[in-house]
Design a protein around this ligand. Structure first.
Ligand code: ADP
Length: 267
């Protein structure tokens, strides 16, 4: 399990270019003590958005990257044996509830189904986390917020989220940012000039229009930023795009060649 804790108060505001009013929605959801579900393709800015909002609201952020072996105990906690006695150790979710943090469950559909059982009472107006093993009932303080993200791409169609889970959440749809915003992001994050950033955004748009290849994902903002960073370091643009974008999207040599044709046509 990857758990990162960012104490937002101590950090400067992480850069986030807003797409369409989502900062206000997050802010209002936090004030109204409602949990938030952020949908969107990988690399479109979901994690950065949450980091930005946690810092803006002055809340600590606890992020859990969910995977298929993550179960309820990984979130809530477990007894550990040490020096002849067993001691309770809070998991990231219990820690977030106790400290009034924002708890971000990244790619929540990956987690085992038993995790949703512990999320339900936290995600409705009870706002409580029952810890069966210790008999505690943690009541979330006003600062606590549960945020989850998932990528409704085709690999998740079957997994989905149960209606009983998703109906507890305010849901935001994020997509890849509009061209102007994405150009700004690529300039800022990739540290390249406006012309090169505009080229990369045009390339992304051309790649996103391709539908004849059986790609699981398409060129994300993250991949554009990676290519931009390599270009800023001096790598020739076609090579930067091949290693950062084309090779990240496919392992199939034929598809890679077809994608690289698009790179050649745009750069
Ligand atoms: P996701 O969580 O959706 O997979 P991330 O938030 O990790 O995506 O975004 C990947 C990278 O793309 C970030 O590290 C950042 O460099 C860049 N990025 C994407 N969208 C934005 C945005 N709106 N503002 C600032 N940076 C962004």
């Amino acid at each position: 399990m990857t758990v990162t804790e960012l104490h937002a108060r101590a950090n400067p505001l992480p850069y986030y270019a807003e797409q369409a009013g989502e900062c206000e929605v997050f802010d209002q959801a936090w004030r109204a003590q409602l949990p938030l579900l952020i949908k969107g393709p990988t690399g479109c800015g979901k994690t950065r958005f949450v980091e930005h909002m946690a810092a803006r609201l002055g809340r600590p952020l606890i992020t859990v990257s969910c995977h298929d072996d993550l179960g309820a105990a990984d979130l809530v906690g477990r007894f550990l044996i040490g020096q002849g006695e067993t001691v309770w150790s809070d998991g990231p979710l219990a820690r977030a509830v106790r400290t009034g943090a924002i708890c971000y469950l990244d790619e929540v559909v990956e987690a085992r189904k038993d995790t949703t059982v512990v999320l339900h009472p936290l995600a409705d107006d009870r706002r409580c986390l029952p810890i069966e093993r210790t008999g505690e009932q943690l009541i979330a303080p006003p600062g606590f917020m549960l945020v989850m993200s998932y990528n409704p791409g085709y690999q998740n169609l079957l997994k989905g989220l149960k209606p009983s889970t998703r109906q507890r959440f305010v849901a935001l749809d994020l997509a890849y940012p509009p061209a102007d915003t994405e150009r700004q992001i690529v300039m800022n994050e990739g540290r390249i000039g406006a012309d090169q950033a505009a080229q990369l955004v045009r390339l992304a748009q051309a790649l996103r229009r391709l539908t004849e290849h059986d790609l699981e994902e398409t060129a994300s903002t993250r991949l554009l930023v990676c290519a931009a960073r390599l270009m800023a370091g001096g790598l020739p643009p076609p090579q930067a795009c091949r290693v950062a974008i084309v090779n990240a999207l496919t392992d199939d040599p034929g598809t890679a060649e077809a994608l690289f044709e698009v790179v050649r046509a745009v750069l």
